[in-house]
Design a protein around this ligand. Structure first.
Ligand code: ADP
Length: 494
């Protein structure tokens, strides 16, 4: 038989890795491996596996086409640590995305040792075995619990006579803060409450109803008998069969802040004119953006502190300013002017990732083929995202002609902080007239193949925050426009 070393290996994407972990620990029981085409189609269409067992979302594994010829495949984490062997029982092509998929059972190799708070993670059977007899209310959440939700959890647990199992769902952009915010309210939860993080990222393709069902299956595997749902004025538990949840959904009654006695309690028990309007998500974000304190009536200070970690005040939040445009449009000139202006103002650390400088260092050796151009932009995006994650300002000035690659950079950066796109839309004729580096002349003479604007396309952005035409502005004016935008957006002091 082949040894592990002889098998091909593959690193699944983050959602698939989370699925892999939940498959291996039994949290996805009765599933034991990635789904084949028939099961996946049945799940998508009707929320059931081919044999009729309720299952809410397709748990599938996508691989490059060249990996579809093997019988066994090692699945590894992003560092290359082997986690499991997939025994392939079906190779199939997704009819809508044309992605190649592999189905089959898994042989575990080792438990994944990655991710925040992995020491708090427990196997479902371990947790279930340690829970006391009787009802268990799961609170499976991607958001911190504020005073209102804490009151609702206490009320529901009391009503059901249940032990509380809080399951922070990992896989978002701020996992560590989420877990810390939930650990911070441990004393506000009923005695004996447990906190067990579970890797269950939200799935872009799953609607809230399917997501609720998936959470119910995972919560049931961990020993829960009830899953806390959204608040509802209607009495009673969700119908387990009808809703397709593995365990009943317990919905708390609506609560509000009683401004008269200064406590949160069920709306039904508050005099209507004493009901204080809740902070909306937009109001909360606005307070965080401006660095204003979150009121204590709304959430405990330790939770507020974690909210500010996940969403720092804009004046301190990491930011990438990404200039895109034709060669000679003025990106470097304006980017350098902006970097100087920000450094002069102080209070911000600035890194300039200029197109030509990046190509000499970070991307030395890359050509101007589409693949290499994309790789160059991805490298810039990666570095910019890291700078942004650490609260700095990254200013990038590559040509970045392709919309899909710019979108990828936007996604990477926005997982870490904020992203501002500036389209330097100087007309081609003006760029060519300037021809500062003599490149257009060479491109016209056929000496440079695939030159943006001449023999390779520039895809105009439709998502730019600012459009500058430097044929109508002085460099100082152009820098001023960008600064005005950053001040108006709250990233830079007026
Ligand atoms: P890119 O980085 O987009 O290739 P550069 O900034 O290197 O462009 O070159 C732009 C050229 O245009 C420079 O020689 C610059 O002096 C000139 N230029 C003229 N007017 C402007 C303006 N308003 N803003 C920026 N550059 C300008």
């Amino acid at each position: 038989p082949d040894t592990l070393r002889d098998l091909p290996s593959w690193t699944p994407d983050p959602v698939e890795l989370a699925d892999l972990e939940l498959l291996l620990t039994g949290a996805y029981r009765p599933l034991t491996g990635f789904l084949g085409s028939f099961d996946a189609a049945m799940v998508i269409a009707g929320g059931r596996l081919a044999d009729g067992t309720p299952w809410p979302v397709p748990v599938t594994l996508t691989v490059p086409k060249d990996l579809t010829v093997h019988e066994r495949l090692v699945l590894q984490d992003p560092e290359g640590v082997p986690l499991a062997v997939l025994r392939v029982t079906e190779t199939w092509q997704d009819p809508t995305t044309s992605d190649w998929r592999l189905a089959g059972p898994l042989e575990p190799l080792r438990a994944p040792a990655h991710g925040p708070f992995h020491r708090l993670r427990r196997r479902p059977d371990e947790v279930a075995a340690e829970l006391p007899e009787g009802p268990v209310l799961a609170v499976a959440t991607r958001e911190p619990l504020h005073r209102k939700q804490l009151g609702q959890v206490r009320q529901l647990a009391d009503k059901l006579g249940a032990t509380v199992l809080v399951m922070p769902l990992l896989g978002g952009d701020h996992d560590e803060s989420l877990v810390r915010a939930l650990l911070a309210v441990r004393r506000d939860l009923p005695d004996g409450a447990r906190i067990v993080p579970v890797p269950l990222p939200s799935r872009p393709a799953a609607d809230p109803e399917r997501d609720l069902r998936l959470r119910s299956h995972v919560a049931a595997a961990y020993g829960a008998t009830h899953l806390m749902g959204a608040e509802s004025a209607e009495e009673g538990e969700g119908d387990a069969e009808g809703a397709g949840t593995a365990i009943p959904v317990a919905r708390p009654e609506p609560w509000a802040y009683d401004a008269d006695v200064e406590v949160w309690r069920p709306v039904a028990r508050i005099e209507p004119d004493h009901v204080q309007a809740e902070l909306t998500q937009a109001e909360l974000e606005d307070l965080l953006d401006r660095g204003e304190p979150i009121p204590e009536w709304f959430t405990p200070p330790a939770v507020a502190a974690e909210l500010a970690v996940a969403r720092p005040p804009k004046l301190r939040r990491g930011l990438t300013v990404f200039f895109t445009g034709l060669s000679g449009s003025g990106k470097s000139t304006v980017a350098r002017g902006l970097a100087d202006a920000l450094v002069e103002r102080g209070g911000r650390t600035v890194s300039l990732l200029d197109g030509d400088v990046v190509r000499r260092l970070l991307s030395a050796g890359l050509t101007f083929s589409k693949a290499d151009r994309d790789l160059n932009i991805r490298r810039i995006g990666y570095v910019a995202a890291e700078i942004t994650r650490h609260g700095g300002v990254a200013i990038c000035a590559p040509i970045a002609p392709y919309a899909a690659t710019r979108a990828e950079v936007r996604r990477m950066v926005q997982a870490a902080g904020d992203f501002v796109l500036v389209h330097v839309a100087t007309p081609l004729e003006e760029c060519e007239r300037r021809d500062r580096k003599g490149l257009y002349a060479k491109a016209r003479a056929g000496l440079i193949p695939e030159f943006t604007g001449v023999s390779d396309p520039y895809e105009e952005p439709d998502d730019a925050d600012l459009v500058l035409d430097t044929s109508r502005l002085t460099p100082e004016e152009a820098v001023g426009r960008v600064l005005d935008l950053l001040v108006a957006g709250g990233w830079v002091r007026p």
